[in-house]
Design a protein around this ligand. Structure first.
Ligand code: GRF
Length: 300
């Protein structure tokens, strides 16, 4: 893949663009052609002549990534420096919120370069909302329940998220369709997690245990979570990350769900980590890739 085939680094707001000068970075993005399938293992540049090392320097609200390159055997020479601002996150939930909790805990223990500033839910009494309230995270109800007269419009929701200066929206078991206003306002900045290997077992009506029942009934031998960018339809946005979980011969839907959920917690934290560290790049065909921490020329 030619360096110019990679689009500029994933950047949620145009105001951030000047701090993320991809084209000026010292590393090369030359690597062999990527497989056409969306599920592939990490891609390593065979022809890439240098080893790239990422050094992070942690400070209160931002850290610097210093890309260093060296030809084999030589001492690393300091390359381009990028300051990565700490990101502000909104999480959307409708249920228990175990993915929300694992992301929030990762942030609290310092393994995420971002903070959950606000929780959005359509069910004010759900487990996720309760966890948010117990942890001092503001809860916004959207959309309003049928029996309530007042509620936020999609435009109000966008305004509210802008007031929190939210960079990324993370859907974690949020069962409502995201309004077009929000998709437009947060282009390439809304992620969802789905408990099957999309595009299989996704779309309207595939949620919760229905997904796992359908997987087992189909005879599929593998399932697992998918994290994708969100567009205006259910589960059709570009895939960013997947993890494979075996479907066992005697699995019940509940057993499979538990095995998949365990992987979801790890995968979502890893992906949010990458997003906060600005390690998502876009291929010219619109497929997002995650750079590994160690090497900007190696992708997951
Ligand atoms: C997860 O299985 C996720 O993939 C799906 O909804 C479920 C949410 O679980 N979108 P939790 O509320 O995070 O426990």
């Amino acid at each position: 893949m030619e360096a110019q085939q990679i689009l500029p680094r994933f950047c949620p707001k145009s105001s951030l663009a000047p701090s993320v000068p991809l084209v000026k970075q010292s590393f090369s993005l030359m690597c062999p052609p990527l497989p056409s399938s969306s599920s592939y293992p990490s891609v390593q540049s065979g022809a890439f002549p240098a080893i790239s090392i990422v050094r992070r320097e942690v400070c209160s609200s931002s850290w610097r990534r210093v890309w260093c390159s060296s030809s084999s055997g030589a001492e690393p020479k300091e390359g381009h420096e990028v300051t990565v601002r700490r990101k502000k996150l909104a999480v959307f939930v409708s249920g228990g919120g175990s993915n929300f909790r694992s992301i929030h805990e990762a942030s609290k223990r310092g393994s995420l370069h971002g903070d959950v500033l606000v929780l959005v839910t359509n069910k004010s009494e759900c487990g996720g909302a309760e966890y948010a309230r117990n942890n001092g995270i503001p809860v916004i109800l959207f959309p309003k329940a049928k029996d309530e007269s007042n509620g936020l419009s999609p435009a109000d929701l966008v305004d509210t998220l802008r007031k929190f200066e939210v960079d990324f929206i993370l859907l974690a078991g949020y069962l409502k369709l995201i309004p077009a206003e929000l998709i437009r306002a947060y282009q390439k900045s809304i992620l969802n997690i789905h408990p099957s290997l999309l595009p299989a077992f996704g779309g309207m009506g595939y949620y919760g245990m229905k997904v796992h029942k359908a997987v087992i009934a189909s005879g599929a031998r593998f399932s697992g979570p998918t994290i994708h960018f969100v567009d205006e339809h259910y589960d059709t946005g570009r895939i960013l990350a997947q993890r494979v979980v075996p479907v066992l011969a005697n699995d019940t839907a509940e057993e499979l769900a538990a095995r998949v959920l365990n992987e979801e917690h790890q995968l979502y934290v890893e992906v949010v980590e990458a997003v906060c560290e600005e390690r998502v790049v876009w291929r010219t065909d619109g497929v997002p890739l995650i750079q590994t921490k160690e090497n900007p020329n190696e992708f997951r």
